[in-house]
Design a protein around this ligand. Structure first.
Ligand SMILES: [Mg+2]
Length: 182
């Protein structure tokens, strides 16, 4: 079960504040796309995403898009928001993360994986010794594979208390504590 637990859970990507990133010792972010930055078929980011990216970059943190979706989906989107990318990343396996990490060469413990799925984003981060932030999916989802994964996520999401709107979950095993004031 611990491999399925994120370091932190928040509602949306722009709830990840510079203060939270500093507390986590983040030097680079591997960022999911679908249901994290934009609806799965859209090239238009959710409200607040572009401002959040600028804010994070101003902190000197490198961001690389890391998505399991196809190159033809991920590359144009990444280009449109000015970020480097790895498509077909095969999360939760380490292959895509290794490809992405080659772009900035940071130690796993200073790399933060941000995404909306436990069985790809969070599991992959934990298997690779990285920290993770789990988000709530923002758009309606279709297809049996994602519905199955969401069903499997339910018990973990209950534990991270994401049901409460905007609540911040912090996994104390990762050495970050809520009393830091976030
Ligand atoms: Mg996603």
């Amino acid at each position: 079960m611990s491999l399925l637990k994120p370091t932190v859970a928040v509602k949306n990507v722009d709830d990840i504040t510079p203060a939270l990133l500093r507390s986590l010792g983040t030097e680079a972010i591997l960022l999911d796309v679908d249901n994290t930055l934009a609806p799965p078929t859209s090239h238009i980011p959710y409200e607040g995403v572009m401002e959040w990216i600028e804010q994070v970059r101003a902190e000197g943190i490198t961001i690389v898009i890391c998505s399991n979706n196809y190159y033809k989906r991920v590359k144009p989107f990444s280009d449109s928001i000015g970020l480097d990318c790895v498509a077909m990343s095969l999360k939760p396996t380490p292959f895509g993360f290794i490809r992405a990490k080659r772009k900035f060469g940071k130690k796993p413990n200073s790399v933060l994986v941000v995404g909306d799925q436990i069985y790809t984003d969070v599991l992959g981060a934990n298997l690779g010794g990285m920290k993770s932030v789990l988000l709530e999916p923002r758009s309606e989802e279709h297809g049996w594979t994602i519905k199955l994964r969401r069903a499997l996520e339910k018990s973990v999401r209950k534990k991270t208390k994401l049901l409460a709107k905007g609540e911040l979950y912090v996994n104390k095993k990762h050495g970050y504590h809520r009393r830091n004031g976030h």
